[in-house]
Write a protein that binds this ligand. Structure first.
Ligand code: GAR
Length: 206
């Protein structure tokens, strides 16, 4: 199976659902390590699955470049086929992109290119959209600008607050991320400039 390092900063519920997916013997990817940039619940999920974890915290480095270098080396030590950013709340640096570019997958709680950045749910709610969703995309040097692999819509309900809407999005996001990681692990990504696609399986109708 393809090897994956997951990066996370928060509750790690997306990480958890990916770990649950990998329990299925047929799932084509395995999480080999979990990286964080702070103390967070994601590490506990790694422990539960007896998976290695590491923390590379920006304040412990002299600057962004040193942090970027340390994170790149910590991830590279696990020689992953793919890197998944699942609620990792830091922008990845140029060294990291140079090393893993084209095989870093991020998930974002809005329908990009709408509402990029750290507050995708709050910004969509404040704008008053009636439909939002989640986006799984390749990471490039911009903030949530990389080629889109998959998206799914989620309705905004009149009584929603940020937490309620975010949880409705995450229910979809957990499934979509596990599906995309499996599809990329099996079939790879073909990209043509902005457009990135996962080739359809030879045995369509799967
Ligand atoms: C997810 O909704 C993810 O899309 C979002 O953080 C949440 C993590 O949830 N990421 C971003 O907003 C990145 N800009 P989790 O900690 O429960 O897995």
């Amino acid at each position: 199976p393809a090897t994956v390092v997951v990066l996370a900063s928060g509750t790690g519920s997306l990480l958890r659902s990916l770990l649950d997916a990998t329990r299925e013997p047929d799932y084509p990817a395995r999480v080999v390590a979990v990286g964080t940039d702070r103390d967070c619940a994601a590490t506990g999920h790694a422990d539960d699955f007896a998976i290695a974890s590491f923390r590379v915290a920006l304040p412990e480095y002299d600057g962004r470049a040193e942090w970027d270098n340390a994170l790149t080396e910590a991830v590279a030590a696990h020689q992953p086929d793919l890197v998944v950013s699942a609620g990792f709340m830091k922008i990845l640096g140029p060294m990291f992109l140079e090393k893993f570019g084209g095989r870093i997958i991020n998930t974002h709680p809005a329908l990009l290119p709408a509402f990029p950045g750290a507050h995708g749910v709050r910004d969509a709610l404040a704008y008053g959209v009636k439909v939002t969703g989640c986006t799984v995309h390749l990471v490039d040097a911009g903030v949530d600008t990389g080629p889109i692999l998959a998206q799914e819509a989620v309705p905004v309900l009149p009584e929603d607050d940020e937490a309620a809407l975010h949880e409705r999005i995450k229910v979809v996001e957990r499934r979509l991320l596990a599906e995309v990681v499996a599809a990329v692990a099996e079939r790879g990504i073909v990209s043509d400039g902005r457009k990135a696609v996962i080739p359809v399986s030879e045995f369509s109708g799967e």
